[in-house]
Design a binder for this molecule. Structure first.
Ligand code: NAD
Length: 657
C-alpha cells in the first residue's frame, strides 16, 4: 500500500521558502519530483530560487535541469490544487501552522499527504486543524536540508499506517535516512537526546565549576566531531534554549541551567552573534575553537552520555522508537562515531546507572533518576560488552586459567589477576594462569588488543612472599623463577598484540614490573608504584633490566634502592604509565586505547613489537638471565631469610637505619 502511495507522489508543494523550505524544495527537485514553493512573500521566493541555484552549482552537473522542476507561487489554489505531498515549513507558531493546515486542507485533493517540518510543536495539534488528521505526518528535516542525511518521521496520534510508511519511503526516495518516531512526544528523538547531553554539559560548568574546553576536549576524545559547547555555539544557543523551553512547557522533566538562560538573555547565541561559549572573529563567521587536547582525560564523558542513555531508555520503555532508530539517529544524524546504545554497552550499563545516581545526588534533579529499564538490565547482569549482552548482543567468551580470569569482549582480551584477597600477589598459579591466558589471546585472531588488570583494590602487590619463603632450596627457587616466572615474562614480552595495563591500586614489585613490561598503561590517580624487593633482601630482575627501556638510571635506582612508593602522577611523568586518570575512567581510557590500536594493521603491530623485543634482547637478555640467577641466589641468602621473615611479621628488616 505504502509503496503504491509513494509511487503516486509526483508533485510536492513546499510551504514557506525560508531557511528550511528552500532546502526541502531543492532536495525533492534533485530527486526528480515536480516542486512548487509557496510563500506569502515574493521576495522570499526569489531569494529561495537564487539560493537553490547557488547550492545546485556545487552539488550537480546540470543545475538548470533541477531548477526547471521548481515553480514558485503565492497562490494557494495553484500551490495545493494538484499536490500529492505538501511539506510545510512556515515559522514555528501553532496558530500560524494550524491556519496554514486549514488552508491546505481546503485546497488540496483528498489524496494529498500533509507533512510538517515543525521542530517542537505537536503533530497531532497541527493535524487537528484539518479534516484528514490520518493523513498528517511529521517530517523533521535538519538544516541544511540538502546536506544533512537524517529526517525524523513522526507519527501523530491519528496518523494512518500507510501514511507513516509512505513518509518513510519518500524520505528514502530523496536520499535521506528516516528515523521513525512512533509517538508524538515533545522534542521528538534527536532533540530529546541532544538536549540531555548538552544541558548536563552546561550544568557541569554552571554548578560544578568545570571548564568548558575540558568538557569539549573529553567529548572529542570519544570520537564526536565537536564538543557540546562547540555544537551549542554552532547551531545557536537560542535554538537549543527554545527547544528546551518548549519541551519543558509540554511537561518534560528537564532543567535549563542558569548559565544557558543568561547567554540567551544576553543574546550571546554563539557563532551567529560572534559570542557564545566561545568568541568568533565576527558575527556569522565560524572559526574552529582551539580545544586543548591534553585536557581530554580530565572530564568523564559518562557524565553526558548517561543522561542521554537514560532518555533513550525512557523512549524504548514507552515504545516511542527502537534501538536501531536511536543509534541510526545519533550516528547518521549528528555524526557520533557509534550509536548511543552501542556506546552504552561499551561503558557498561551498571556504570552508567552509577553515574546517573551520582548526577541525581549532585544536582538534586529527579530527571537523573535512572529509568527502571536500566536498573532491570543491571539486575539481569545485562551490562553490555562485559557480559556479552546489554542493549545488544556482543562477542563474549570467558575462561579461567588457575587464578587468572580471561574474557574476550569483542576484539579485546581482558585478563584479570584474580586473587583479590591476596592483593593479586603473584604465586605459581598467577604466573601459569597469566601465561595460559596470554597464549589464548595470542592465538585468537579476533583478539586485537590485550588488557591486563587486577581484581579488587590492587593491581598486584608483587610476588607472593609466603610462597617465596617456602622455597626450601636454591633448586626450588631456580625452578620457581626460571621455569615459572621466566617463561611468563617471555610470553608477555613476545605477545603479538598490544598489551595495556589497567592499574587501579598498588602495583608493587612484580606487579610494577608487569606494568613496565606492558606496551601501554593507564593508572587511576590513587594507584601507587614501587620496586621494594631490596627490602626483603631480593632484587627486581625485570625492573633493573627491561625496566630501563622505560626509565632512566636515577628513576630505576631510586625505585630499586629505596623501595619507596611513587604516585600515579609521578609514574606518568616517569614513563611507567601513559596516563594517570580518575579511577572512574581507567576502564574507559584503556578501552579507548585498545580501540585506537586497532587503527594499525595487526601484522604491523606484531612487527613493531617484535622489533622492540629484539632490541631489548640485544641489550638486555643476558642481563635478565643474570638478574634471575642473582635473584635465585638472593632469595636463598641469609639476608633474604631475615628480610622475608621481617616482611611476613610486618616489621622492618634489621638492616633498616
Ligand atoms: P523561516 O522563517 O526561515 O521561513 C519561514 C517562511 O515561511 C518565511 O519565508 C515566511 O515568509 C513563510 N511564511 C509565513 N507564513 C506563511 C504562509 N501562511 N504561507 C506560506 N509561507 C509562509 O523559518 P525556517 O527556519 O525555515 O523554519 C521553518 C520551520 O522549520 C519551523 O517550523 C522550524 O521549527 C522548522 N525547522 C527549522 C530548522 C532550522 O534550523 N531553521 C530545523 C528544523 C526544523
Amino acid at each position: 500500500m505504502s509503496a503504491s502511495l509513494t509511487e503516486s507522489v509526483e508533485t510536492v508543494t513546499v510551504v514557506g521558502g525560508g531557511t528550511m523550505g528552500h532546502g526541502i524544495a531543492q532536495t525533492f527537485a534533485m530527486s526528480g519530483y515536480d516542486v512548487t514553493i509557496i510563500d506569502i512573500d515574493e521576495d522570499v521566493l526569489q531569494t529561495a530560487l537564487e539560493k537553490i541555484e547557488g547550492s545546485l552549482e556545487k552539488l550537480t552537473e546540470d543545475p538548470d535541469a533541477v531548477l526547471a522542476q521548481i515553480e514558485t507561487t503565492t497562490s494557494e489554489e495553484e500551490a495545493y490544487g494538484d499536490a500529492d505531498l505538501v511539506v510545510e515549513a512556515v515559522p514555528e507558531n501553532i496558530d500560524l501552522k494550524q491556519d496554514v493546515f486549514g488552508t491546505i486542507d481546503n485546497h488540496a485533493p483528498e489524496r494529498t499527504i500533509l507533512a510538517t517540518n515543525t521542530s517542537t510543536l505537536p503533530i497531532t495539534e497541527i493535524a487537528s486543524a484539518t479534516d484528514r488528521p490520518s493523513k498528517v505526518v511529521g517530517l523533521h528535516f535538519s538544516n541544511p536540508v540538502q546536506l544533512m542525511d537524517i529526517v525524523e518521521v513522526i507519527r501523530g496520534k491519528e496518523t494512518a499506517n500507510d501514511i507513516f510508511e509512505a513518509a518513510e519511503t519518500i524520505s528514502e526516495a530523496i536520499g535521506k535516512t528516516p528515523v521513525l518516531v512512533e509517538k508524538d512526544i515533545p522534542g521528538f528523538l534527536i532533540n530529546r537526546i541532544n538536549l540531555r547531553f548538552w544541558l548536563e554539559a552546561v550544568r557541569q560548568v554552571d554548578q560544578e565549576g568545570r571548564d568548558r574546553k575540558t568538557i569539549d576536549a573529553a567529548i572529542r576524545r570519544i570520537g564526536l566531531p565537536m564538543g557540546p559547547f562547540e555544537v551549542l555555539d554552532f547551531s545557536g544557543i537560542d535554538v537549543a534554549t527554545m527547544a528546551a523551553h518548549s519541551m519543558q512547557d509540554r511537561g518534560v522533566d528537564l532543567h535549563i541551567p542558569d548559565l544557558l538562560e543568561k547567554k540567551e538573555e544576553a543574546e550571546n547565541y554563539g557563532m551567529k552573534t560572534g559570542e557564545g561559549f566561545y568568541t568568533y572573529p565576527e558575527p556569522g563567521e565560524y572559526s574552529r575553537v582551539e580545544i586543548p587536547q591534553e585536557r581530554r582525560n580530565d572530564f568523564d564523558p559518562k557524565h553526558l552520555v548517561a543522561p542521554a542513555v537514560n532518555e533513550a531508555a525512557w523512549m524504548l520503555a514507552n515504545d516511542v522508537t527502537t534501538k536501531s532508530e536511536i543509534d541510526k539517529a545519533m550516528q547518521i544524524g549528528i555524526n557520533w562515531p557509534r550509536g548511543l546504545l552501542e556506546m552504552a554497552d561499551e561503558y557498561g550499563i551498571d556504570r552508567l546507572v552509577e553515574t546517573l545516581e551520582e548526577l541525581h545526588a549532585r544536582s538534586g534533579w529527579d530527571e537523573y533518576e535512572p529509568n527502571p529499564s536500566l536498573r532491570e538490565l543491571v539486575a539481569n547482569e545485562e551490562l553490555g560488552q562485559k557480559t556479552g549482552t546489554g542493549f545488544y548482543e556482543w562477542e563474549y567468551e570467558q575462561a579461567e586459567f588457575e587464578t587468572v580470569r580471561y574474557e574476550r569482549r569483542e576484539y579485546a582480551a581482558w585478563i584479570t589477576l584474580n586473587r583479590p584477597d591476596r592483593l593479586n600477589a603473584l604465586d605459581k598459579s598467577s604466573w601459569n594462569g597469566l601465561k595460559a591466558a596470554l597464549e589464548k589471546a595470542a592465538n585468537d585472531d579476533e583478539v586485537r588488543a590485550t588488557v591486563l588488570q587486577g581484581a579488587g583494590r590492587a593491581f598486584c602487590a608483587g610476588d607472593d612472599i609466603a610462597e617465596i619463603q617456602s622455597l626450601e632450596s636454591t633448586e626450588d627457587a631456580r625452578e620457581m623463577f626460571e621455569e615459572v616466572l621466566g617463561p611468563t615474562v617471555q610470553t608477555v614480552r613476545n605477545h603479538p598484540k598490544p598489551i595495556i595495563a589497567a592499574v587501579e591500586g598498588a602495583a608493587n614489585g612484580g606487579g610494577c614490573e608487569l606494568v613496565l613490561l606492558c606496551d601501554l598503561a593507564v593508572a587511576s590517580t590513587n594507584s601507587s608504584f614501587a620496586l621494594p624487593e631490596g627490602q626483603i633482601g631480593a632484587l627486581p630482575p625485570i625492573g633493573l633490566t627491561y625496566g630501563r627501556m622505560s626509565l632512566g638510571k636515577k628513576e630505576i635506582m631510586e625505585m630499586s634502592l629505596t623501595g619507596d612508593q611513587f604516585t600515579a602522577t609521578e609514574a606518568e611523568s616517569m614513563g611507567i604509565v601513559n596516563y594517570a586518570v580518575d579511577e572512574t575512567q581507567v576502564e574507559d581510557i584503556v578501552r579507548e586505547l585498545a580501540h585506537s590500536t586497532t587503527a594499525s594493521g595487526p601484522k604491523s603491530i606484531s612487527e613493531m613489537k617484535d622489533l622492540w623485543t629484539g632490541m631489548e634482547d640485544d641489550l638486555l637478555e643476558t642481563w635478565f638471565d643474570e638478574a634471575m640467577d642473582r635473584l635465585v641466589k638472593r632469595t636463598q641468602s641469609e639476608e633474604a631469610e631475615k628480610g622475608l621473615a621481617a616482611f611476613l611479621e610486618k616489621r622492618e628488616a634489621d638492616w633498616k637505619r
